[in-house]
Each structure stands twice: as C-alpha cells, then as structure tokens.
Ligand binder design. Structure first.
Ligand code: AMP
Length: 509
C-alpha cells in the first residue's frame, strides 16, 4: 500500500501530515500528488470527502517551499466557488504548511479589501480566492497574476453551477501560459470538458469512484405534510419540524436543517431559537465573519442546530452530524444527495427526515428517480391529534413513526393534524418571524436565487473593457442579479448539469 513517504513530498510537509494522524494517502492523493510534483497538469475527478484538498495543497506546498514570495505577485492561486470552501482550503494550507515559511492570502467577499490588499502587498506565496473577489483585486491594480506558477481550480462543476466559468477563463488568461494547472471537478459536464481541453496541457487524469449516491448508513424518511390552510402552512410546518426534532430525542445530537430559501433559513432559525432550540442560520446573505463563526460553533459542538441554505450543502467538511432535516424538498434532485451526505459520513450512522408539501411531490419523485429507491414515508405520528402528537411536553419517542416503506402512489398519511394547532403558549418572537414572512416577498428573499459568492454575470469581455470601481462592480452585480434568467437558480445544482436549465421552478418557490 502506498504511504505518504512514497510520494516524494518534502520532509517538512511529511512531518505536518504525520502530525495530522493520516497514515495512508487516499486514492486521489496517491494518484494526483506524484504527477503534480513532477510539474504535470492534473485533472482530478473527485468529490468532496475524498481527501482532494490535500491532494493539491501538499504538492503545492512542497513545490513552493523552494522559492520565495514577491510583493503583489503570488506564485500560486487556488480558486474556490464559495467563501466557506476557500476558508476551508486556507485552514488545510495552514495545517500542512506549518513547518515551512510560506505566506497566504485569503481573498473572499464579505471581508475588507484593505486587509487583503495589505497582505498582497507584503507578498503572498499563495492566494486562495473566490473568482469574483480575485478579479476585483486585479482590476484595482493591486495584483499581478503573471508570476503564478501553479493554479488550482477546485470544485469546477460547482463553479459552473454558479456562473463562474467566464471568470475562470479570464483568470486563466491572466496567468502565464507556462503555469501548472491542477483542476478538480466532481463530474465532467461538457462545459467543464471544454475548459480542461482548452487550458490544461496533457493532464494526468485521476478519477476516483463516486460516492454511492446515498450512503447505506443513512436512514432516510419523508413526512408528507399539508397545512390546514394556506396561510397557516408555514407556521404549521415549523411546528412539525420541532416535533420531528423532539421525537428524535437524544439521538439527535446535532443537525443541519436545510431550507430552499434564504428567507426561510432566517425564519426557521429564529423560530427554533424562540422555542428554546440552540439554532443559528447560515446562508449567502449573512456577513462573512458571522458565517464563519456559526460554522465554527457547529463544528466544535457548541451549536446544535445549523439552519442552512445550500451554501452549506456541498463541499464543507463537517464531521459527525447525526441528523439532516430537509425543511423543504430541494428543487434539484442532486442537492438532496449533497444535503443528506452531510450525515452518515465515514461509516457513521445518520438520520435524515424531509418534509414534503403537496406542491413538492414532483421534486420528491425526481429525487427518488435519482437515488433509485423510494424514500420511506413516515407519518403515523402525524395522524394523532395535535394535542398528542405535537403539543405534548413529551413528544415521546414511541410516537416516532417507524420507518415503514409504503408502496409508491399509496397515499401516505399526511402530517396535517400534528401541525394544525398552535403551541400552548406561542412565544412572542414566533409572531415576529411571521411578520417577516408575511411581508411582500422581495426578489432577494423569495429564492436562493443569488449565487452565494458573487458570481459575476458580466462577461469577461465587458469586464476587461470596463475596469470598474468596487462600488460600481457591486451595484452592477446586484442589478445583474435582478435581471432574472439565470438568476433564479439555486446554488449546488448538482453534478449532472444542466437539466435545471430547462426547468422552471418559479412556480414552486
Ligand atoms: P476533502 O475531500 O479534502 O474535503 O477531505 C475530506 C476529509 O478527509 C477531511 O476531513 C480531511 O481532513 C480528511 N483526510 C484527508 N486526507 C486524509 C487521509 N490521507 N487520511 C485520512 N483522512 C484524510
């Protein structure tokens, strides 16, 4: 079996790896590190969870350790689709580079330009960036990419989903032709294939097996739910969520609750808090430092419930999540796989429960087609009168429905009753949440439409002509985002793009 010491990594990198406790390289590491160290381009077809971050950071650090940083001319560049992923790569970099003298700059939106500029000016060996923020720095004249020797594109398929490909092409064209490129994607959509054919030179292609669509260690279920009245559906749905959480009892050590819309992420988190559940929201509109803090608290166990949009569904390495609740059925079937993949990691047990309202049944059918099995309907608890099923102080474990498999098309018991009544004492702020909810929806709050991390809708051509100030660029971006079209998409569209393009899901939002 290959060992890290067989891979020609520098001794200081090997020492850092040994200190992390990793003994053997994962297949993507064993496959990608040797050609990368030889200076070859690498095309890694691998998903998150395969150890791909180390497969590019380790050789990069080994190679960079030989040279020296120059002001405003980074020697390497890592592009990530989201701020969180960029921050995660930066963390990995710090871990593996702790015994070598290398500097890095993390260039992501939501963080002050000034601080980032100061680091670039001092000279950074490695830039870890989201494409939008990198180009903003470039256009301000604070950055030269002509010294880039190694360029990494991480999660290229996600970049495609988020509309970043023109930015990526532009960044490629700003770096030297002689650079080494390490390119990672979970799948090879035709557009990704085109980019790799254009910008990679005779790459070593390493493909690692896709994760089974849904892990066998995850117990999945879906609760069919219909509100008593349209205007009560949301309140009742939140109540149902609470009763589902309660009925999982202590087994539910922690959980991610996924909502399709950012507005719902906020409302659900707020409502849970008011009902005494330790919850916080994470989505693309929140301040970056807050996002990072929330994520850190969830990781270290000081926060029990993370209410999230799909920004947290892909790529993030959050170990040990006992439960995933899908407050909404995701509009794109692949997102279901990514969402529930946050639990049941590394052979651990995981539980996932989804709430499905009638208008989501079509999406549920899409998911079941994709995962090639029926998701067991549960709902016996819901059949009980509300006073028992959801209002009791003890939503007893026994009430938790058994995960029974129902034949397709059979009418699964609806979870109406469980959710129709108000709690005995409705906390004040739940009504605040309601107030937010009943406000006329805005374009921003209606859907998770805006890609999470500043993907630009401007073409590279118009950008290179323009050279806008940051403010202009911001306003340009948001007005672009209001133009509709692409704008309606949700991030994390999944691997088998681009079926969604044909789909209108406005009516489902
Ligand atoms: P990634 O796919 O880069 O997000 O990595 C997924 C997880 O695997 C992270 O928690 C890494 O710290 C961990 N990991 C990376 N390489 C190894 C290895 N060789 N052995 C065990 N765990 C690893």
């Amino acid at each position: 079996m290959t060992k890290f010491s067989d891979l020609n990594l520098g001794p200081k990198v090997l020492k850092a790896v040994a200190e992390t406790g990793y003994e053997t390289p994962t297949p993507i590491q064993a496959g990608a590190i040797p050609p990368a160290l030889e200076g070859r381009d690498v095309l890694g077809i691998a998903q998150t969870g395969t150890g791909k971050t180390a497969s590019f950071t380790l050789p990069m650090i080994s190679m960079l350790a030989r040279g020296r940083a120059r002001a405003r001319m980074p020697r390497s560049l890592v592009l990530c689709p989201t701020r969180e992923l960029a921050a995660q790569v930066a963390e990995n970099f710090d871990t593996y580079a702790k015994h070598v003298k290398l500097t890095k700059a993390l260039l992501i939106g939501g963080v002050s330009f000034k601080e980032q500029e100061a680091v670039i000016n001092r000279g950074a060996d490695v830039l870890i960036a989201t494409p939008g923020r990198l180009l903003d720095h470039f256009e301000r004249g604070g950055l030269l990419l002509t010294g880039v020797q190694i360029m990494v594109v991480d999660e290229a398929d996600r970049m495609l989903d988020m509309g970043f490909i023109p930015d990526i092409e532009r960044i490629f064209s700003l770096t030297p032709f002689t650079r080494q490129t390490l390119f990672f994607s979970a799948t090879m959509a035709p557009e990704i294939e085109r980019i790799t054919n254009t910008f990679l030179s005779n790459p070593a292609r390493i493909e690692v097996a896709r994760q089974a669509t849904t892990s066998e260690t995850i117990t999945q279920s879906v609760v069919m739910f219909k509100g008593s009245r349209k205007d009560r559906e949301a309140t009742e749905k939140r109540k149902l969520l609470r009763s589902l959480i309660e009925s999982e009892g202590e087994k539910c050590k922690n959980a991610i609750i996924f909502c399709n819309r950012k507005s719902d992420v906020d409302i659900v988190a707020k409502s849970m808090k008011k009902y005494g559940l330790d919850a916080a929201a994470i989505h693309g509109d929140l301040d970056q430092s807050q996002r990072m803090r929330t994520l850190a608290e969830f990781r270290d166990g000081s926060l029990r419930f993370l209410v999230a949009s799909d920004v947290a569904a892909r790529g993030l390495d959050i170990p040990d999540v006992s439960h995933v609740f899908n407050y909404d059925v995701p509009s794109h079937a692949e997102d279901y796989v990514h969402r529930i993949g946050r639990t049941g990691r590394a052979g651990k047990e995981g539980t996932t429960i989804m709430i499905c309202v009638p208008r989501d049944e079509r999406n549920l059918a899409d998911i079941e087609r994709l995962v090639k099995h029926e998701i067991p309907r549960v709902g016996e608890a819901a059949e009980k009168p509300a006073t028992e099923a959801s209002l009791s102080d003890e939503p007893a474990r026994e009430e938790k429905p058994k995960r029974t498999r129902k034949p397709r098309g059979d009418k699964a018991p609806k979870a109406e009753a469980a959710a129709t009544e108000e709690p005995a004492s409705k906390p004040e702020a739940e009504s605040e949440a309601e107030a937010v909810e009943h406000k006329a929806p805005t374009a921003e709050t209606q859907t998770e439409a805006k890609p999470q991390d500043e993907p630009r809708k401007t073409s590279s051509r118009s950008r290179s002509r323009g050279g806008r100030s940051s403010d202009q660029s911001k306003s340009g971006r948001s007005s672009d985002q209001n133009k509709g079209g692409n704008n309606n998409r949700t991030v994390g569209l999944g691997d088998d793009m681009p079926s969604f393009i044909a789909k209108s899901f406005e009516d489902r939002m």
